[in-house]
Design a protein around this ligand. Structure first.
Ligand code: ZN
Length: 222
């Protein structure tokens, strides 16, 4: 999944207001941010198979980024980094660190729903995945609904600082759905791994930056 992962970012921001929405956007995609360069460098593998599922055209081999155990370890790393690099007298840093760790791990859970059985527990079989990707329209709808739920929770727990804070948050939601629509139905499938890596990384960082800007227009209600 792509924008579906941001449901977790919105929900965690709503729950722990001290976290940065921009960083949560990056954390929810962290293992994908690693996967593309790893595939490019041959540490993990991405093999193009035309029509592999209705949604994606490649088979993946990615125990170090998408293994269940690896995902828990990446999440723990985020927790530790945020906890130990947080200010010493910051009473909320434990909560923030937990939220960041959960954001990283949420990627695995949402991938588990979407992927064909290709997510290893440690390395090699058995591999897990419920295979929503076999159904394109259903994936699109589930992803949009997930995002809607996370975003609505965020909207409920925050309020606009200025009028633009309302417009920006609606516009950003619509923009995310539009990006997913283009990704699903308009953009041609690419076999160029370098191009795919560049555009994926650009999208992850650009959307995180937009999330950060949008969030500046809102404050938490509590
Ligand atoms: Zn992934």
């Amino acid at each position: 999944m792509f924008v579906g992962h941001y449901a977790a970012a919105f929900a965690l921001k709503a729950k722990v207001p001290k976290t940065s929405l921009g960083m949560l956007f990056l954390a929810t995609q962290f293992v994908d941010i690693l996967f593309f360069p790893f595939a490019l460098w041959g540490i993990e593998h991405l093999e193009f198979v035309e029509g592999y599922t209705q949604v994606n055209n490649f088979k993946m081999e990615f125990p170090f980024t998408h293994g269940l155990v690896a995902s828990v370890l990446w999440a723990a790393l985020f927790y530790l980094l945020y906890y130990f690099l947080g200010k010493q007298n910051d009473t909320k840093k434990h909560k923030v660190a937990i939220a960041m760790g959960l954001a990283v791990f949420s990627h695995w859970i949402i991938d588990f729903i979407a992927h064909t059985p290709d997510l290893p527990i440690l390395y090699g079989p058995p591999k897990l995945g419920l295979g929503l990707w076999y159904y394109k329209s259903l994936t699109f709808i589930v992803e949009a609904l997930l995002l809607l739920l996370g975003w609505m929770y965020y909207m409920k727990r925050t309020k606009p600082k200025k009028r633009w804070g309302t417009y920006a948050s609606y516009a950003f939601f619509v923009f995310l759905i539009l990006v997913n629509y283009l990704n699903f139905y308009v953009l041609p499938a690419s076999e160029d791994l370098m191009g795919l890596t560049t555009s994926a990384l650009f999208a992850y960082f650009f959307l995180a930056f937009l999330a950060h800007l949008m969030d500046k227009g809102r404050i938490t209600d509590r």
